[in-house]
Design a protein around this ligand. Structure first.
Ligand code: B12
Ligand code: SF4
Ligand code: SF4
Length: 383
């Protein structure tokens, strides 16, 4: 256990903000391990309602998520940090270019997990150097930690109606990271909710994924559907995805507090020009090796090519561009049933009824996968 005198602890606390800023963080506040109020209960309600979809890892780790002390009993304070990644131009512009794929802003650059974890470790090492004793653990996104309620408890901002953390100084284009420490820092005061009467984020959601303000049903969220969900996307949701091929930013982008948003300070978090509006035809033409090379270092690589092609084919189906029919036809023989299934759906959206009937007659008799057969049957019924 750390044994710093209160006076020294105060000195380290004051220097922490400056060090965090040096490392590229936008803000740094401290929460008490028991500061999350209702979050654990809300997590249980959310899981019981099925809102996590097939993210079984959320339920598997519920006890540790709901209470930081269950994750690490020695924790005395939690240093919460934000890192800005505001887009340089209109985040929703690519949605108006149907032959391009829209990759959400958070994935247009190097994987933030790697970048932020590196910076958290540097800050943690600095902290250990200052205190001369103690232990730290650093977390970003993937650990069983409720980062948004902890950031809100630390006063970095509040959870807006879209459930993400919004800050008066930095809007909502913010990544979160946490350093658990056994140093007993004083906790900062939480921030009030400043959503007021606004509900812009709820209104814009293309899939109506909010059953109520401050609650998200992930099963309808395009971010979940395009990134976390591994299987077929329900037919009634596919048209609502538009050309969003990896994540979704609509509810973040409309938040009025983003007039205070800051752009990414770290070069690794600045958008790659070729990921702002990539051509659907070009993405669909990549083989696995090209996909891996193109998305090296990007979070997109994490979902693998079959799931990414699923998303691209849905966007192709939604494009209304008959010139993209060739890209869909080219995937009717793909090894993955997921890709074949969505290629069929895209053909159904772009080809003439006569062409659809011809495709069904050619392919259905030779298809062995039940879900893909169902896609052919649906196409036959429609044509
Ligand atoms: C699971 C997850 C997802 C899921 C579920 C999202 C969600 N809202 O829960 C999916 C895949 C959909 C997702 C999407 C996105 N995510 Co995400 N995700 C997470 C993760 C891993 C856990 C979040 C969690 O604990 N959810 C469980 C719910 C219960 O927790 P909660 O949202 O805090 O719920 C609160 C309220 O909704 C409310 N509540 C819930 N139920 C109820 C019930 C009642 C009755 C009441 C009154 C209130 C209430 O109280 C809860 C506790 O305070 C975190 C990282 C982490 N380890 O924390 C990143 C994280 C939240 N994601 C992040 C991002 C950037 C996104 C996207 C913007 C990515 C994108 N562009 O596509 C979208 C945003 C979608 C949205 N509107 O939330 C960032 C958010 C940063 C920020 N500023 O807040 C995080 C923190 C990652 C990070 N380290 O930066 N994500
Ligand atoms: S990320 Fe998109 S789909 Fe998900 S809640 Fe926000 S607006 Fe809706
Ligand atoms: S868009 Fe409006 S309601 Fe949604 S988080 Fe921002 S201020 Fe709150």
């Amino acid at each position: 256990m750390a044994t710093l005198r209160p006076r020294d602890l105060g000195r380290v606390r004051r220097a922490l903000d400056a060090k965090a800023a040096d490392l590229g963080f936008a803000a740094c506040h401290i929460a008490a391990p028991d500061g999350m109020a209702q979050a654990g209960e809300h997590l249980k309600t959310w899981l019981a309602a099925g809102h996590a979809g097939d993210m079984a890892w959320m339920a598997d780790t519920m006890a540790r998520r709901a209470d930081p002390r269950a994750l690490w009993p020695q924790v005395r304070s939690i240093i919460m940090l934000t890192m800005a990644y505001g887009p340089e131009s209109d985040a929703l512009a690519t949605l108006r270019a149907p032959s391009c794929g829209n990759i959400s802003v958070y994935a247009r650059h190097r994987d933030y997990h790697d970048v932020i974890k590196g910076r958290l470790k540097q800050l943690g090492q600095w902290l250990l150097g200052q205190s001369g004793s103690g232990e730290i653990k650093v977390f970003v996104d993937t650990a069983p930690v409720m980062e948004k309620p902890l950031a809100a408890a630390a006063g970095l901002g509040w959870q807006g109606r879209h459930t993400n953390l919004v800050s008066r100084e930095g809007g909502s284009w913010l990544f979160l990271g946490a350093i658990f420490t056994d140093l007993p820092f004083d906790a900062d005061m939480p921030e009030d909710d400043h959503c007021g009467s606004c509900h812009a984020c709820l209104d814009i959601c293309p899939t109506k994924a909010f059953p109520a303000p401050y609650q998200l049903d992930a099963r309808r969220c395009i971010s979940y559907l395009t990134i976390e969900h591994k299987g077929f996307i329900a037919a009634e949701l596919r048209p609502l995805l538009g050309n969003r091929i990896y994540g979704c930013d609509d509810c973040l982008a409309v938040c009025p507090w983003n007039k205070f948003a800051q752009g990414a300070r770290l070069i690794q978090l600045q958008a790659r020009a070729d990921l702002v509006a990539p051509s659907l035809a070009q993405l669909a033409a990549q083989d696995d090796a090209k996909f891996r090379a193109f998305f090296a270092g990007s979070p997109v690589k994490r979902i693998g090519q079959a799931r990414f092609l699923r998303n691209i084919l849905i966007a192709i189906g939604n494009s209304g561009e008959t010139t993209l029919l060739a890209s869909a036809l080219a995937h009717l023989h793909h090894d993955s049933p997921l890709v074949r299934g969505m290629a069929i759906w895209a053909c159904g959206r772009l080809a003439s009824p006569a062409k659809c009937r011809e495709l069904v007659a050619q392919h259905l008799p030779f298809e062995g996968d039940a879900e893909v057969c169902a896609e052919w049957q649906a196409l036959g019924d429609k044509a």
